[in-house]
Design a protein around this ligand. Structure first.
Ligand code: AP5
Length: 216
């Protein structure tokens, strides 16, 4: 399957995407994780993306499109499709994806829009903790790790992302409303958009996601 998860920061896209990957084996491609790994390595992409990510701005389209186009040619995507979390985030990125997919003779199966009010997103983000080693995501109240500050999966240390601080989160929401929200209409017009109420519990969202993707 070829799927996109769309929605504002902290809507819970990553949490759901990981569970869908575990159930289906569809390759999960998380643009934020790719950028954070590059920043950590301080490679060419990481150095160029660092200021954007740290301030909550979008990384330029040409850089993002190059990363995705390369990733799409890898064997796992060719054989099993993909689940994108955090791509596309602009109309230019969506058009580049359309162009590449039509060149490959493939098409999207679904785009799910995780709808959530900004206030709920802001409340969620302050409690998020991420594993330094494996990127697993927790929440100090809603999804705590079994041992405080340590990942259940790899025992790595949990930390708060720099861009989860309130001021940067505000910038990410501004970037979302300015550039990414337009994708809702873009995919609605193509007739492949599904709406998910992302204000409910993690389990409730999972059930709605599975139903919408016909995976139950
Ligand atoms: P990225 O890492 O993609 O951040 P994001 O889209 O802002 O998404 P988040 O990871 O913040 O949220 P999420 O929806 O995955 O929520 P989660 O499941 O973690 O991007 C970071 C940066 O990279 C961007 O700002 C930009 O600079 C750059 N970038 C990335 N892609 C780009 C692109 N295509 N173009 C240009 N620049 C790009 O959940 C949040 C918290 O809530 C967690 O603690 C979780 O445990 C908890 N939670 C989840 N679901 C629920 C629930 N139902 N109830 C209660 N709590 C919940």
């Amino acid at each position: 399957m070829r799927i996109i998860f769309l929605g504002p920061p902290a809507a819970g896209k990553g949490t759901q995407a990981k569970m869908i990957q575990d159930r289906t084996g569809i390759p999960l491609i998380v643009m934020g994780d790719i950028l954070r790994a590059a920043i950590q390595k301080q490679d060419e992409i990481g150095k160029a993306a660092e200021t954007y990510v740290k301030t909550g701005a979008l990384v330029p389209d040409d850089m993002i499109i190059k990363i995705i186009m390369r990733r799409l040619t890898e064997p796992d995507c060719q054989q099993k499709g993909f689940l994108f979390d955090g791509f596309p985030r602009t109309i230019a990125q969506a058009e580049a994806l359309d162009h590449e997919m039509s060149a490959q003779g493939t098409k999207l199966d679904a785009v799910l829009y995780y709808k959530i009010p900004d206030e709920v997103a802001i409340a969620r983000i302050s409690g998020r903790r991420t594993c330094r080693k494996c990127d697993a995501v927790y929440h100090i109240v809603n999804k705590p790790s079994k041992v405080p500050n340590h990942c259940d999966l790899c025992q790595g240390e949990l930390y708060q992302r720099d861009d989860d601080k309130t001021e940067v989160m505000q910038n990410r929401l501004i970037a979302y409303h300015k550039k990414t929200a337009a994708l809702v209409e873009y995919y609605q017009q193509k007739g492949i958009l599904g709406y998910i109420d992302a204000s409910q519990s993690i389990e409730g969202i999972l059930q709605e996601t599975l139903r919408t993707l016909n995976l139950q």
